[in-house]
Design a protein around this ligand. Structure first.
Ligand code: HAM
Length: 409
């Protein structure tokens, strides 16, 4: 878990603001759910996933309720849908922290943030296309260029379970040739064996049956419609038959955005897909759902690597240097801030030299200097910090002066 300090924290906020701007213009409203839920909400994600079986921060509270810090937000959204029964299609977005007890490394943390969206109550393949297009637009707004999109379909639940059986048979026949870790994964979730990055497993994965052989007509039609929609919007993608994603609730379309600059173990910037059975599993009516979540921590690392969407220090219009005791600085900063300008000041009645050093470091466009002489004759010295003549301005005119001159500084 990490502390995010300024100015990096400002970049986090801008990140969420840009995301909200992109998706609100597409009709999504923000949903805020609790950080923790009844454990059962998350066990419905699937008991074959590491997220649920190994990584959950769960505990019994003072009221003897077994609860968990959310490891992701899709389950919370579906729980909220089942509880409030809003009209459909329900288009919501969210941002916030999630918790997974994973092995921390660059791009993988135990508390991490996501922004994401979900649409409940519509089956339309064009919706799968819409959400991918929104993520694509968001990456463009950040300035990221090295993002690639991979897509796959897991078919309908029946197709998927026949495929899982076929995989189990295939990998079981490999016996000891499969890595020990993959043999353990096979017991729990044969699909996840396809995710193995171990060399010894690769030839067996390459020879494994392909999901496309198991699609029903409906699943094949839905997937084809998604691909057609992506082509129509000129969104480049690759079909990745081995893509299975880490959560169990997916059906039909799944996709992932990968960053070109990150290590392959942590290169998923975000991902999502359809999860048509999740609302029902949480006690609601049968409701199709589709959505994605993008990792904030990891996407910002990708931004660092590409030198885009960098942290910006707060831009100050003025830094007040008051060597007459500090009351002038208090009054002037309050006046400037009320006039919509950004102003900071020195404290503790420090020397002129010390305060000018602070003014310099603050990055402010001008220093406003009040000494005994200025106090006596009712003026303030305006000193441009990036070159230019200093001038004395009447104390009563100072915010009007800065308002008209701040663009030029
Ligand atoms: P997920 O693939 O588990 O999907 O997480 C989405 C993204 O969150 C990942 O691609 C990654 O960028 C980020 N992420 C996940 N775990 C960590 C971690 N430990 N540290 C840093 N970043 C991490 C979901 O969470 C689904 N709820 C997505 C979804 C929404 N599917 C449908 N709707």
């Amino acid at each position: 878990m990490r502390d995010i300090l300024p100015p990096e924290s400002g970049r986090w906020r801008r990140f969420t603001d840009v995301f909200a701007d992109v998706v609100e213009r597409a009709g999504y409203g923000q949903l805020i759910t609790p950080l923790l839920e009844d454990l059962g909400v998350f066990t419905r994600i699937g008991d074959a996933t590491d997220v649920v079986t190994k990584e959950m921060y769960d505990f019994v509270d003072k009221g003897e309720r077994h609860i968990a810090l959310r490891p992701e937000m899709t389950a919370s959204v579906c729980r909220a849908f089942a509880e409030h029964r809003p009209t459909t299609p329900w288009k919501v977005f969210y941002s916030g922290s999630n918790f997974r007890y994973e092995k921390p490394q660059r791009g993988r943390y135990r508390q991490f943030d996501q922004v994401g969206l979900e649409v409940l109550g519509a089956d339309d393949p064009n919706l799968d296309v819409e959400i991918i297009a929104l993520a694509w637009e968001f990456y463009a707004r950040l300035g990221l260029q090295q993002v690639s999109l991979i897509v796959n379909s897991l078919g309908e639940p029946d197709d998927r379970s026949r495929y899982v059986d076929a995989l189990r048979e295939h990998f079981t026949a490999c016996g000891d040739a499969l890595s020990q870790q993959s043999r353990a994964t096979l017991e729990r979730n044969p699909l996840r064996v396809l995710d193995s990055k171990r060399d010894v497993d690769q030839q067996h994965i390459a020879a494994a049956p392909r999901i496309a052989e198991f699609y029903s007509d409906d699943a094949a039609g839905h997937f084809e419609a998604v691909l057609t929609g992506l082509r129509a919007l000129d969104i480049p993608f690759a079909i990745e038959p081995k893509l299975v994603r880490g959560l169990d609730y997916y059906r039909r379309t799944i996709f992932e955005f990968q960053g070109g600059t990150l290590d392959s173990a942590q290169n998923a910037l975000g991902g999502g897909g359809r999860y048509d059975g999740l609302v029902e599993a949480l006690g609601g009516p049968g409701t199709p759902g589709v959505g994605f979540a993008l990792g904030v921590d990891r996407t910002l690392l990708a931004c660092d690597d590409e030198g885009v969407f960098l942290a910006e220090p707060v831009r100050l219009d003025a830094f007040v240097v008051d060597v007459t005791g500090g009351l002038q600085a208090a009054a002037i900063t309050a006046e400037l801030r009320a006039a919509g300008l950004a102003a900071d000041r020195g404290y503790d009645n420090r020397s002129m030299k010390a305060q000018m050093k602070l003014a310099n470091r603050s990055g402010a466009a001008v220093a406003l200097i009040v000494g005994e002489e200025e106090l006596a004759n009712g003026t303030v010295v305006v000193k441009p910090m990036r070159g230019g003549e200093q001038t004395a301005v009447s104390r009563s005119q100072i915010s009007a002066y800065l308002t008209t001159h701040s663009d030029q500084n």
